[in-house]
Design a protein around this ligand. Sequence first.
Ligand code: GDP
Ligand code: IMO
Ligand code: MG
Length: 467
Amino acid sequence: MTITIVGSQLGDEGKGRVVDLYGESADVVARYQGGDNAGHTVVEGGNEYKLSLVPSGAVRGKVGVLGNGCVINPDTLFDEIDTLRERGLDPDVRLARRAHVILPYHRVLDGIEEDAKSDSDRKVGTTGRGIGPTYEDKAGRRGIRVGDLLDSELLREKLEYVVPQKRALAENVFGVSMSDTIGGSSDGVEIGEAFDIDALHEQYERYGERLQEEDMTVESGEFLASRLDAGDEVIFEGAQGTLIDIDHGNYPYVTSSNPTAGGAATGTGLSPGVVGDGDIIGIVKAYLTRVGSGPLPTELGGVVGDTPDYDEQGAGENEDLAGYIREEGGEYGTVTGRPRRVGWLDMPMLRHAARTSGFTGLAVNHVDVLAGLDEVKVGYSYDVDGEEIFTIPATTERWGRCEPNLRSFDGWPEVDWSEVADEGYEAIPENARTYLEYISDELDAPIYAVGIGPSREDTVVIEHPFE
Ligand code: GDP
Ligand code: IMO
Ligand code: MG
């Protein structure tokens, strides 16, 4: 049996906490895409864990797999593992030998390209982790994979092919000098270091040795299939969200992988049948947040200093409300600390997500954050170019022209949420249940869980797929 966890919006919907919730009965948790651009929070017994690469099941001691669809920065992975060990956990993480490796030049190129776009509305607002450039190299058939780190000669051969190209791109196309410091940093690390074949070879060979010593690499499809054959329960932990999916999101303001459910098959080496036989749970934040650029029709006010064009939408209007929700929900990026843009729930977005991934259930988080507001709104359709539409247009330019038609719900009061967690669904304030049931009806998927606070205990569980 499998559960696939998919972000239905723009990331940060609370996927980590749902993985942790159902992870209780799971044996293996596998990431299928993305890299250390993710920041998944698990709050347990007063401890908060922010996980970037280590699958969220680690908090419960479950085996973690980084599938072939992931891009892995060994530097941040080992840091994260070591930090978790210092905190008393014992993460058991296996890396797909087919997964691609993020190298220092990928991060540098990510920054260079963002800088080059910074005066226009083309800037994506990436996390700066080198995600896009690494997936580019994967698609360009010049990437370095985890398996390559285990073969010193092969690694050198591949670096000798690719690094001069990357260096030429930085120097000749973007006009960057190798003696500049990385990101204008004060620690004096020169850009040239990220393009130094000898240094890269030495460092990444060492990472390969550690992977081998700790027996961390696997053929992910085979590994997962054998665990499923043995009767294990497996969670596929999506990162990011549907609207930043490279195919189904608002291109180009997207990440470079497929967070949608199809990614769980291609990104692990299991068949779509295996994924489809299990549950696919859409994670919904009860409102909307976004870090980075791109349209947001139901936005409640811009974040000053973010991106030039799209964040002007709605700026000024409802700023206070956006600020209130941002503070109540702690809406600052897990990875970058950037303030998240805030908006009302967007039903065209959720309909698009439900269709793309085929949600069999929903987990709606942050219901507590909206408590105390007089009214809560959702955008149920858009008006654009003289027509009313109910799903997301394929072009981002058209999406940028969409005006939401809002529907208002009566707000619900602040209550003792720990009591609600003890008593169950019926104890959720009636107006909040009306809101939840509206979402469920619209998406034709039952509510499996409701988040009423950040901690593991602050959850109302209606359905437990593994039980
Ligand atoms: P993810 O990337 O989808 O795993 O989500 P993040 O961890 O980046 O962001 C979600 C944030 O909201 C984290 O700080 C969580 O601790 C917090 N959170 C998750 N669910 C709830 C909830 O139901 N209520 C509240 N108040 N906070 C929540
Ligand atoms: P989790 O898994 C929210 C956004 C970035 C940027 C765009 C591309 O925690 O939900 P990238 O660095 O991936 O090339 O950036 O995608 N982004 C996220 N936004 N949550 C995330 O992950 C994100 N990962 C990337 O802000 O707009
Ligand atoms: Mg996050």
